[in-house]
Design a protein around this ligand. Structure first.
Ligand SMILES: [Mg+2]
Length: 297
């Protein structure tokens, strides 16, 4: 086999770039592959949001460490988090599960109970899906949401001199299973802060900031001393590259900062593209950095 032909060579994001090229879309698709959700034409004042995520045993969780309720919770929560990242409200979900034949009936029910409990918190209706045999537990959920046209946020809207804000503190060891998606914070952001771009931190602060900067054609200046952190024990580098935080990272005009509620943290500002991502340490020294967040393949 040609080594150059492997996915490990293209990388997850390189692969996504390639499939983008072969999936031409019709005029009702406002945003296709490449943001947190797809955005689809819907009603006069609203768009549909469409997100999907898959969890695979041994990659995202292990049966030893994760209870089935927590696996179900996470599978839905990651999708809700993507809807939050676009400024929307989740409405419906379909759930597809692959399970080994030896899975107990009780285990399978507990998995769905985890999904249902979270769905109830956000008034999401579970409306279908599929079940299959699989050697390892696989769960894939797709969520349909709505967003008011004026609330829609993509990764591509960051403007020069906008402030970069975090919706909460970063963690070196985030709870990657039982986290709550930030729909409430997202609604507060879109209704009162005039944000220009948003993403949820799933791959890591630097990596997800990198997605916003790339799509917006911008650079960023980040002040290390402003990065909020709970339970900091390891290296700063580690903190900035730890995925599955599920806080929101967004950009907004500096003149709205007085509206920023407690628990939100400005951490830097949007700069011209050529400046890349530049970190400023507490002594004022600057250094260019590259994201090292999680990527598949
Ligand atoms: Mg996301």
């Amino acid at each position: 086999m040609n080594m150059k032909n492997r996915l490990s060579n293209t990388g997850e994001f390189g692969f996504i770039e390639k499939i983008k090229k072969i999936t031409g879309t019709g005029p009702s698709v406002i945003k296709g592959i490449g943001d947190d959700c797809a955005v689809l034409r819907y009603k006069k004042n609203k768009h549909l949001l469409f997100a999907a995520d898959m969890l695979v045993e041994g990659v995202h969780f292990t049966l030893k460490k994760a209870k089935p309720e927590a696996i179900g919770h996470k599978a839905l929560a990651v999708n809700i988090s993507d809807i939050a990242a676009c400024g929307g409200i989740p409405r419906y979900a379909v759930i597809s599960v692959g399970m080994p034949s030896v899975t107990s009936h009780n285990y399978a029910i507990r998995l769905y109970r985890g999904i249902k409990n979270l769905a109830r918190c956000f008034k999401i209706d579970l409306v279908g899906g599929d079940t299959n045999f699989s050697r390892k537990l696989i769960i894939s959920i797709a969520v349909l949401g709505e967003v008011s046209k004026r609330d829609l946020l993509l990764r591509s809207g960051a403007k020069n001199r906008d402030v970069i804000v975090l919706s909460g503190a970063l963690r070196e060891k985030p709870d990657h299973l039982m986290f709550m998606p930030k729909i409430k914070k997202s609604q507060l952001i879109v209704k009162s802060l005039m944000p220009s771009a948003m993403i949820d931190i799933s791959d890591g602060f630097l990596s997800d900031l990198g997605h916003v900067l790339k799509d917006s054609g911008r650079g960023a200046l980040i002040y290390e001393s402003l990065i909020p952190c709970k339970d900091r024990k390891y290296s700063f580098n580690n903190l900035l590259n730890t995925g599955e935080q599920f806080e929101l990272l967004f950009t907004m005009p500096a003149n709205r900062l007085k509206m920023l509620p407690k628990g939100f943290y400005p951490v830097g500002e949007i700069r011209p593209n050529k400046e890349g991502i530049t970190l400023v340490d507490s002594s004022g020294k600057k250094k260019r950095v590259k994201p090292k967040g999680y990527t598949h393949f």
